[in-house]
Write a protein of this length. Structure first.
Length: 320
């Protein structure tokens, strides 16, 4: 029975989950990654702030290399969406269910990420604009690329204001546009925008077309053409599996963790965007590495994982 129990089930195959998979596989642990295939990294046409890639790398290619690296060391990856997570209080094992499959594991790492809320626009237009850098989601990632360009920020609350102010350090031409109604801003936010020379436009707003190298936004105040727009509409964090097993969430609706990526529930760990912190590839990878090492150490504290002498492995027909 013991052989059917994974040391670790990783839910999510983005930079956090795949980094953890590389580490855990290299720790000689028995692991499985189950990934819904919707990593935010797969949206990135070319990331230029990941160390070691001076000319940038496409998000999909980075993920492909990480998957290859994990599989090279024995990790298994399934493209499925986990719909249920349970924990047996007696034996403390987790059972995850997806489609027609399921797995039982001593530990689970949730690396399920977040989804950005999209602005009102047709899906095909959105995807084309995203691929061309006309729609961008992350000024920390690619604000550099809009240096001295004309930028629209679609957002209305303090989040939209903060994003517009952040982008103002890259370009003098920033406009904040309300997505649905007239802009309703707090007095101090209005003052900050005025001081920074950021224009304000009422909604409803909808990105309607690509013209040449610009994206056109239809607003309550007419058409505007921008080199790029940044939706600042927030995101939804994928915490459902953590909720199913009763792990604590933060006020920001992220999974609470300690400094070693342990959640409030023994055996359950979390890493990457699903945890509060900098939503970046470098951070997701770092947290994946920390989580994997904690998982390894916690498992070994319960039962040492001594390697069999080589002679015994050969007799048993296993050399790996
Ligand atoms: C347009 C864009 C550009 C960006 N550019 C950069 C950049 O240049 N540099 C940078 O550092 N960061 C960038 N980011 C942010 C970066 O992509 C994320 O911080 C990073 O992908 C987070 O990694 P993660 O592993 O935590 O989550 P993700 O990469 O989002 O992976 C989560 C995975 O979990 C899966 N999942 C979720 N729930 C389940 C479930 N129940 N069962 C199975 N699988 C599940 C999802 O399908 C997904 O594949 C960008 C983001 C966007 C949207």
């Amino acid at each position: 029975m013991d052989e059917q129990i994974l040391d670790c089930l990783i839910v999510g195959g983005g930079p956090a989950g795949l980094t953890a998979a590389i580490y855990l596989a290299r720790f000689h642990l028995d692991i499985l990654v189950v990934d819904g295939g919707k990593s935010r990294a797969s949206w990135i046409p070319c990331t230029r702030n990941v160390s070691g890639f001076p000319d940038g790398i496409e998000g999909k290619e980075l993920l492909r290399r990480m998957r290859d690296q994990a599989c090279k060391y024995g990790a298994k990856i399934e493209t499925e969406f986990v719909t249920k997570l349970e924990r047996d209080e007696e034996n403390r094992l987790f059972t995850a269910t997806w489609g027609s499959g399921c797995a039982t594991a001593r530990t689970v790492l949730l690396a399920t990420g977040v989804t950005n809320r999209r602005p009102p626009m047709e899906e095909e237009l959105h995807d084309q604009a995203l691929a061309r850098g006309l729609v961008r989601y992350c000024p920390i990632c690619d604000g550099y690329e809009v240096t001295d360009k004309k930028v629209g920020v679609i957002g209305s609350d303090s989040h939209g204001v903060a994003e517009a102010l952040f982008i103002r350090s890259y370009t003098a031409d920033v406009t904040l546009i309300a997505p649905d109604t007239a802009l309703k801003l707090k007095a101090d936010d209005q003052a900050k925008l005025k001081d920074a020379g950021i224009g304000c436009v009422d909604g409803p707003a909808q990105a309607v077309a690509i013209t040449g190298d610009c994206i056109v936004v239809d607003t309550a105040e007419g058409h505007y053409a921008f080199d790029s727009i940044y939706p600042a509409l927030g995101s939804d964090t994928h915490v459902q599996l953590a909720e199913m097993v009763g792990a604590d969430l933060s006020n920001e609706d992220c999974i609470n963790i300690d400094t070693h990526q342990r959640t409030s529930l023994a055996g359950l760990y979390a890493a990457g965007d699903v945890v509060i912190g900098l939503d970046q590839i470098s951070h997701a990878m770092g947290e994946g590495g920390v989580a994997a090492t904690t998982i390894r150490n916690d498992l070994c504290a319960k039962r040492p994982r001594w390697r069999e002498p080589i002679d015994e492995m050969v007799e048993a027909g296993s050399g790996s």
